[in-house]
Write a protein that binds this ligand. Structure first.
Ligand code: APR
Length: 320
């Protein structure tokens, strides 16, 4: 069987980490594409030279032209710019929408059969625009946010309960970051739901509420510590888990920004929901029953995404 091909569009901090993880896991041959000349080539060469020591079998290359991604099985998109001090939300939207237009055209021309994972922020609106620009079926285009948000939540819960992260599962819905909706009753340690653990005296509601808030602010906490960048290890690992589920037809049930066509009462919008990822891309969207509080949280989240979509349509009328 020929090796799979993974195209990483954007070779910055997350892109480089994605390349490293994909090589270590031998997911396939890896092409890093970036507009910065020399950057993807340099990272690819450096990583390839770690191959003899690690013993992985993967070809790594870097490119500044889209032809290099031809025939990719998976494209992971991190191309874009981060929000800098003084930049308004609409400035950032405008710049990254232009990036999505060029990335979408590149994927449409050279990798029309790929499974596409978008990481560029603001995530939910970027993945929506990317799907429109590349024209791939919506089930082949997803956004990475929920796996990262739930990994952050699981890490904090494992610390709080002093148990292995392996035994902690967490469930989140909604948009990335501020408006994330954690479903405490579906979050558990080895099957014991968090509300039961509170009753057992393992934690308190106040402590769990603080953990929820810390999870929502997870990205900002890291930005304020790093000062010159944002998180990249956990975002890259989260996207690799999604790519692996597709490439190996694992059918993992993962929270992803997926295209809704009426589920949860929402249409033509990308927002975080639990989905099954297998060889056909998003194979199923799990529509769970929400209580009133969760419904209100989810609505707030969807409203925020709709606000950004409306702004995006004004900036880029071709998306309307
Ligand atoms: N085409 C391809 N690459 C581009 C383009 C473009 N039009 N515009 C910018 N890039 C590249 C930059 O040259 C840079 O190498 O995208 C890369 C982005 O890398 P970083 O700035 O290091 O950002 P990173 O930390 O990897 O995060 C990428 O993911 O989580 C989100 O908010 C984050 O939107 C950001 C993205």
């Amino acid at each position: 069987m020929a090796r799979k091909k993974i195209a990483l569009i954007g070779g910055g901090m997350i892109g480089g980490t994605l390349a490293h993880l994909a090589a270590l896991k031998e997911l396939g041959d890896i092409v890093i594409f970036d507009i910065a000349e020399g950057l993807p080539q340099g990272k690819a060469l450096d990583l390839a030279q770690s191959g003899p020591v690690e013993g992985f079998n993967a070809r790594l290359s870097g490119a500044n032209s889209y032809e290099a991604i031809a025939g990719a099985d998976v494209c992971i998109v991190t191309a874009g710019v981060p929000r800098k001090p003084g930049m308004s939300r609409d400035d950032l939207l405008g710049i990254n929408l232009k990036v999505m237009a060029s990335v979408g055209a590149g994927i449409k021309q050279y990798a029309p059969n790929a499974f596409v994972i978008c990481i560029t922020n603001p995530l939910d609106v970027m993945v929506w625009a990317l799907q429109k620009y590349c024209g791939l079926p919506p089930e082949k285009v997803v956004g990475m946010a929920g796996v990262l948000d739930s990994a952050r939540f699981r890490h904090f819960l494992a610390e709080e309960f002093n148990v292995s992260v392996q035994d902690v599962t967490a469930f989140v819905l909604g948009g990335h970051g501020d408006t994330m909706v954690p479903l405490i009753r579906y979050s558990a340690v080895a099957g014991i739901p968090v509300p039961d653990l509170i009753k057992m005296g393992w934690s308190s509601q106040e402590k769990i509420d603080k953990i929820v808030q810390r999870t929502r602010d997870g990205g900002a906490e890291i930005v304020s510590l790093l000062k010159t960048g944002s998180a990249y290890y956990a975002p890259a690992t989260s996207a690799i888990e999604m790519a692996e589920s597709y490439l190996k037809d694992k059918k993992r049930l993962l929270p992803c920004a997926a295209h809704l066509t009426g589920q949860y009462g929402v249409k033509d919008t990308y927002v975080g929901v639990p989905v099954v990822i297998g060889a056909n891309g998003v194979e199923r969207i799990a529509e769970i029953a929400l209580n009133d509080e969760d419904k209100a949280g989810f609505k707030k989240s969807v409203d925020a995404v709709h606000g950004l979509m409306a702004a995006a349509k004004t900036i880029a009328p071709d998306l309307a």
